[in-house]
Design a protein around this ligand. Structure first.
Ligand code: NDP
Length: 315
């Protein structure tokens, strides 16, 4: 059996929350070890251009930004490792974590920054244009700007879909909203706002058959009325998916308090503390409201400062 490694600060996840926590923890001499997880760089690596992160007046691509954040964390000697934590035991004073290869780590503090994953429809054509960076997006606030003056489609019927459809309606000439049932799931006020927006057309009982496109990206969506079976093509250059997110918190559920949708609950509002002393959370794993790179980075900073204070209080 391999030797148990003892660390002061273990950071799980490598989005803007994790790397920002690492920068702060490393500069505070906590010698952080960061495991990058399944998707090194996190959700930003599937974003084309980031134009709303302060400090980048000309914008930056998501992957480029993550390379820079990683470099900044390494500059202060963060031990950045490829691999993911597959199991934890937070029942004792020492926080036990296992890497997927079986290695055991005992951490005085843990910062959970595992993020959330946007749900997609799972259509082959959707995934094709998503990977190509050519017109499929799960974040209107991130990518809507690139479709200003154009026609877009958005799938979903919850509060997120309504909020994003409304956001897009201010930028785009037309927004077609695809709702698979004959009603919204969203709160009444959000649904009403969408219904009352002139350039949003809502198609109820409608599902996506295929995302259409060419070598340059998306050109339309083939949709089907699930009551009549009728199919039609809707021209669009942007295809937005807003059918919810799944926080990556499964491995913590036996120890960390989660809400009914799996997001980590803050033990004390205004801090990054979880219900387990010494375990902190940053970024989308605890945030279903803002979900921005800048808010993730902000909470990453908070988590590192809280972890530092926790260690100081134990000395
Ligand atoms: P929700 O889970 O509330 O809604 C997901 C929506 O996507 C549902 O309408 C669902 O349809 C639809 N959907 C799921 N899978 C598919 C599919 N394969 N094809 C088509 N449609 C699909 O997620 P949200 O992200 O909207 O919201 C998450 C939470 O965050 C909620 O509690 C919400 O209230 C909250 N929120 C609050 C906001 C605010 O108050 N400002 C803003 C954004 C979110 P169906 O209804 O048919 O199941």
């Amino acid at each position: 059996m391999s030797e148990i490694e003892k660390v002061k600060c273990l950071i799980i996840g490598s989005g803007p929350a994790g790397y920002t926590a690492a920068i702060y923890a490393a500069r505070a001499d906590m010698k952080p070890v960061l495991y990058q997880g399944m998707e090194p760089g996190g959700q930003l690596t599937t974003t084309n251009e980031v134009e709303n992160f302060p400090g980048y007046p000309d914008g930056v691509t998501g992957p480029e930004m993550m390379i820079q954040l990683e470099a900044q964390a390494k500059r202060f000697d963060t031990d950045v490792r490829f691999g993911f934590i597959s199991k934890v035991d937070f029942s004792g004073d020492v926080h036990k974590c296992w890497v997927e290869d079986g290695k055991e780590i005992h951490a005085e503090t843990v910062i959970i920054s595992t993020g959330a994953s946007a749900k997609y429809l799972g259509l082959e054509s959707e995934q094709h244009y998503l990977k190509m960076g050519g017109g499929v997006s799960a974040c209107a606030v991130c990518d809507g700007f690139f479709y200003r003056g154009q026609e877009v489609v958005i799938v979903g019927a919850g509060d997120s879909a309504c909020e994003e459809a409304h956001y897009l309606s201010k930028l785009c000439t037309k927004v077609t909203m695809l709702v698979r049932k004959d009603e919204f799931r969203a709160s009444k006020i959000m649904a009403e706002r969408v219904k009352n927006t002139k350039n949003i057309e809502i198609l109820f009982n409608t599902e996506t058959v295929e995302v259409l496109g060419d070598d340059n990206g998306v050109t339309g969506a083939r949709v089907k009325n699930n009551q009549t079976g009728e199919e039609k093509d809707i021209p669009c250059t942007g295809f937005f998916v807003a059918i919810g997110h799944k926080p990556n918190t499964d491995i913590f559920k036996d120890y960390i308090d989660l809400d009914e949708t799996g997001y980590i609950k803050y033990a004390q509002p205004g801090t990054s503390k979880t219900n387990v002393p010494g375990v902190f959370v940053a970024g989308d794993a605890a945030d279903k409201t803002y979900r921005q790179a800048i808010t993730a980075a902000g909470t990453g900073c908070m988590a590192a400062l809280d972890a530092e204070r926790y260690l100081a209080s134990k000395e």
